[in-house]
Design a protein around this ligand. Structure first.
Ligand SMILES: Nc1ncnc2c1ncn2[C@@H]1O[C@H](COP(=O)(O)OP(=O)(O)OP(=O)(O)O)[C@@H](O)[C@H]1O
Ligand SMILES: [Mg+2]
Length: 164
């Protein structure tokens, strides 16, 4: 199948403040693709953005929905952050099984830069964005499993933009 015609699953990987939502909004228009953003949905449903169980359930439901959309030929962007290789492998294999194109965009920035961006975002207090401080970000960065070049090469070349 021509990569230009098959639906795409786009995974946006990176820590808070790395720019996933910003990039997702742009790609959603350009591709076009349906953007599934847990933070926005949790906020709209009146659920605490730090309710880990609710987030986990929502992400599982979004993943099923993404598969349904891909089957219908609709491209999808998941902006879950994808901190672990296991999650990324699962999504890549699931999309490939449907014959979809699958991209991993890894957004990296130094922790000081992430903190600067998050401080500015926290001040605005936009709906659907989590208030994240340096004290929270530092342990997150320890847990985050950055994709290697070998892993990035397992994904398809981005149709638009770069991988990060
Ligand atoms: N490439 C960039 N350079 C500088 N600032 C950026 C860049 N991308 C996004 N920003 C700014 O940084 C802030 C965080 O970006 P964004 O909300 O897209 O991050 P995120 O990865 O979605 O974070 P979260 O995981 O908390 O949802 C925003 O205020 C945005 O305007
Ligand atoms: Mg976001």
């Amino acid at each position: 199948m021509d990569a230009g015609h098959e639906p795409s699953l786009i995974l946006l990987c990176g820590l808070p403040g790395s720019g996933k939502t910003t990039l997702a909004k742009r790609l959603a228009n350009e591709i076009p693709a349906v953007r599934l953003c847990p933070d926005e949905w949790l906020a709209d449903l009146g659920i605490d953005l730090f309710d880990v169980q609710a987030r986990d359930r929502l992400e599982k439901r979004f993943s099923q929905h993404a598969q349904e959309l891909l089957k219908l030929g609709q491209s999808v962007i998941l902006e879950f952050g994808f901190w672990s290789r296991t999650e990324r492998d699962e999504k890549r294999l699931g999309a490939r099984a449907l014959g979809a194109h699958v991209e991993l965009h890894y957004l990296a920035a130094p922790i000081d830069e992430l903190c600067r961006r998050l401080e500015a975002r926290n001040e605005k207090g936009e709906r659907g964005t989590a208030q994240i401080t340096r004290e929270m970000l530092e342990p997150y960065a320890e847990l985050f499993e950055a994709p290697t070049t070998d892993e990035l090469n397992l994904f398809d070349e981005p149709l638009l933009g770069r991988r990060g």
